[in-house]
Design a protein around this ligand. Structure first.
Ligand code: GAF
Length: 412
């Protein structure tokens, strides 16, 4: 089925009112992301082109009246809130409370880690607590960056409460530190930057060599369709770390500090210097950076046929060279290719499970969704979900008032 319009903002505010008995002072919306092209390039100093999507996580919160005490965050099930006592815990590479305990902590571990990272940056300013309620339309483990959305929402609440200026790039870096050093997921910076720094109507070309960013307009005539295959993976435990290690080995074998240093071509003797697995990984990285440039150029001239063809090449590269695809992702891309209005499709995110994206003519979007879901079901026996999205802006504060439950609104 096609997903309903998300309403996480209203649900977060309603949960806050019910839990704390008053309206929240602030409301943050923090989007998920898809990556149009440029996969597994972030930790190889490469290029990528993500965009933030209207599927989002919202956090309604109020600063505590007095300094000291506690940060307390409830999720939608209202059980077992995340609690972090101030002053914030210290963040170190091996940071407490140990990897096993952190893995068990689930979403609360992300809250703790971000409070620790933001606290380290704020120093003595990190003295006031806050309390809040979360609601999310982002499925966890689907490759849409539900973790980064949570991290940036918590970062924003800390910044507001501790009166820190909001710098999206600095916040993304702190959130990334939390994910690497507290949660223990050795991811790159793509997700946090996309969630924090995207602008509406645009994808964001990021060069991870120097973190230069360039908004790239996505033509109004298309939507980005996200096809959720219903399969899920855990980044911490998946083969993600193995792929990172293979890229490091491939770079070392070719005598470069990073695979980005190879430019647009593998050296002629690459096959002699690498084992077959390393060769395939290196080939994905070299060709993927070129594909990012190609899609940016194609979007600039509204050449959607070309952009779509490059997305399909990118999918093949992730499947055959980087080997992070899976049967459901492949079946969903095959279903997209023959659906009405589709210019091209590929798996998106870290891989193994989750979602594919497609560039689809806006006027054919409903027909596209119906056809894809039918074909995907016929191929896999699974029910997928299609979300039709346009690019939105990064993590931001939005007005509380218009999201209040009607009764609370009336009584104010
Ligand atoms: C995941 C990671 F978190 C990102 O850093 C990035 O490497 C991506 O997989 C693959 O492009 O989302």
């Amino acid at each position: 089925m096609t997903a309903e319009a998300p309403d996480a903002a209203r649900r977060a505010v309603a949960a806050f009112v019910e839990t704390f008995g008053a309206a929240p002072r602030y409301l943050v919306r923090s989007p998920g992301r898809v990556n149009l092209i440029g996969e597994h390039t972030d930790y190889n100093d490469g290029l990528c082109l993500p965009l933030a999507v209207g599927l989002e996580l919202c956090l309604a919160f109020s600063p505590a009246e007095e300094a000291g005490a506690l940060i307390e965050v409830f999720s939608e099930d209202r059980e077992a809130p995340a609690r972090v006592h101030l002053p914030p815990p210290a963040l170190s590479a091996s940071g407490p409370p140990g990897r096993a305990a952190r893995a068990q902590a689930g979403w609360a571990g992300y809250v703790e880690g971000v409070v620790a990272a933001m606290g380290a940056a704020a120093g003595a300013g990190a003295s006031r607590g806050w309390y809040g309620s979360l609601a999310s339309d982002l499925p966890a483990g689907a490759g849409l960056s539900s973790s980064a959305a949570l991290e940036l929402a918590v970062a924003r609440a800390c910044a507001v409460t501790w009166r820190r200026d909001w710098d999206p790039v600095a916040a993304a870096r702190l959130a990334h530190r939390a994910e690497n050093h507290w949660v223990g997921a050795a991811t790159g910076l793509l997700d946090q930057l996309a969630c924090a720094a995207s602008t509406a109507g645009h994808a964001l070309r990021i060069d991870f060599r120097d973190l230069t960013m360039l908004p790239v307009a996505v033509p109004d005539s298309v939507v980005v369709a996200i096809v959720d295959t219903g399969t899920r993976r855990e980044l911490v435990t998946s083969a993600y770390g193995q792929r990172r290690a293979e890229c490091v080995r491939a770079a070392a074998g070719l005598g470069v500090a990073s695979l980005r240093d190879l430019g647009d071509h593998l050296p002629a003797d690459a096959a002699d210097r690498l084992d077959p697995v390393e060769l395939r990984r290196a080939r994905h990285l070299v060709t993927e950076n070129t594909r990012v440039r190609d899609v940016v150029a194609a979007l600039a001239r509204s050449d959607l046929a070309r952009a779509g063809a490059v997305l399909l090449d990118g999918h093949r590269s992730l499947r055959d060279d980087f080997e992070v695809c899976g049967p459901e992702l492949d079946a969903a891309v095959a279903a997209c290719r023959t659906a009405p209005g589709c210019h091209g499709a590929r798996m998106t995110g870290g891989g193994f499970a989750g979602c594919v994206l497609a560039l689809v003519d806006a006027q054919s979007a409903d027909a596209f969704a119906g056809a894809v879901l039918g074909d995907y079901r016929a191929a896999t026996g699974r029910d997928g979900v299609v979300h039709l999205c346009r690019p939105v802006g990064g993590t931001s504060l939005i007005p509380v008032q218009e999201h209040l439950p009607r009764t609370t609104n009336d009584s104010m």
